[in-house]
Design a protein around this ligand. Structure first.
Ligand SMILES: Nc1ncnc2c1ncn2[C@@H]1O[C@H](COP(=O)(O)OP(=O)(O)OP(=O)(O)O)[C@@H](O)[C@H]1O
Ligand SMILES: [Mg+2]
Length: 280
């Protein structure tokens, strides 16, 4: 059974310039342990899709229609029921770690809050779980890092903290909106490797949002190519990369600086990159 089943989803945004149909009738699904990627140029509607699915768009500014059934609850027609799921069944990994975390609270406090979202627990248990989560995302010296404030960690380390916070609630779906585009390339590879490793272990499904076909190629099972709020092309990763059908997808492919041989596996050197990432 699918973790997420989206049918004919549309999102209209009320802007000063009028109503924009930012998402225009998209249909897709994600199975457990699957990574499905939405790729498209800037303004194509990727973030609006992610925010709409998480019901993070204000009701007076966005009108959402269609169906999106997540873990048995229709996000569109059952918003109250879904509010209870958000931050539990589904977690968001945002693009900019620095602004996603509070600068005035320690990593430990913020991770602890995420752990408590799953359910009340004694202090010692929260501390134990926080340490375990930082180990899972391969942060060195976790006990030391828990006492630090966000500005004392590198961008790559902060992104790992956000992944730990997302995992704290044992979600069935992770929504990652450009989780690595603020990072440099080696750190980026380490984070993507980490996500795949965690997926292997926890079976979590991932909705990946990116404008980068290099990223999509590395992590995806299926890719949907988005343009002006619609999917212009959908398919298995090999099909989209090896045999793109639309000019738009070909252009996205051409924008990837270097495409090595495609063997369906992450690059052999990405393990090294992930070690580099862990050290940064
Ligand atoms: N707050 C807003 N006010 C007005 N228009 C908006 C707002 N947010 C998004 N839009 C418009 O909605 C459309 C889709 O935007 P969206 O942010 O979903 O694109 P995106 O694919 O995520 O782009 P990017 O790659 O730049 O993040 C665009 O035309 C954008 O201009
Ligand atoms: Mg976006």
């Amino acid at each position: 059974m699918s973790v997420l089943e989206v049918r004919n989803l549309s999102v209209e945004l009320m802007t000063t310039a009028g109503v924009i149909r930012a998402v225009d009738g998209i249909t897709f699904s994600i199975d457990p342990r699957q990574t499905v990627t939405i790729i498209g140029e800037s303004g194509s509607g990727k973030s609006t899709t992610a925010m709409g699915l998480l019901r993070l768009l204000p009701d007076d500014l966005a009108v959402i229609s269609g169906h999106a059934v997540l873990d048995g609850v229709d996000v569109v027609t059952e918003p109250k029921k879904f509010a209870k799921l958000r931050g539990r069944s589904v977690a968001l990994i945002p693009q900019d770690a620095m602004t996603a975390l509070s600068p005035v609270h320690t990593i430990g406090r913020q991770l602890g809050e995420a752990v408590l979202r799953k359910g009340a627990a004694p202090k010692a248990e929260v501390a134990r779980r926080s340490l375990e989560l930082l180990e899972q995302v391969r942060i060195p010296d976790p006990a030391v890092q828990l006492k630090k404030y966000p500005h004392q960690l590198s961008g790559g380390m902060l992104q790992r903290v956000l992944i730990a916070m997302a995992l704290a609630v044992d979600p069935v779906l992770l929504v990652a909106d450009e989780p690595t585009s603020a990072l440099d390339v080696t750190v980026q590879a380490g984070i993507l490797d980490l996500l795949l490793e965690l997926q292997e272990r926890t079976q979590v499904a991932i909705l990946m949002i990116t404008h980068d076909l290099g990223v999509a190629r590395l992590v995806s099972d299926r890719i949907h190519v988005m343009k002006d709020g619609r999917f212009v092309e959908s398919g298995e990763v090999e099909q989209i990369v090896e045999n793109p059908q639309t000019e738009y997808t070909k252009k996205l492919l051409a924008a990837v600086p270097k495409l090595g041989h495609w063997d369906g596996e992450p690059h052999a050197d990405s393990t090294q990159a992930s070690l580099d990432g862990a050290r940064s």
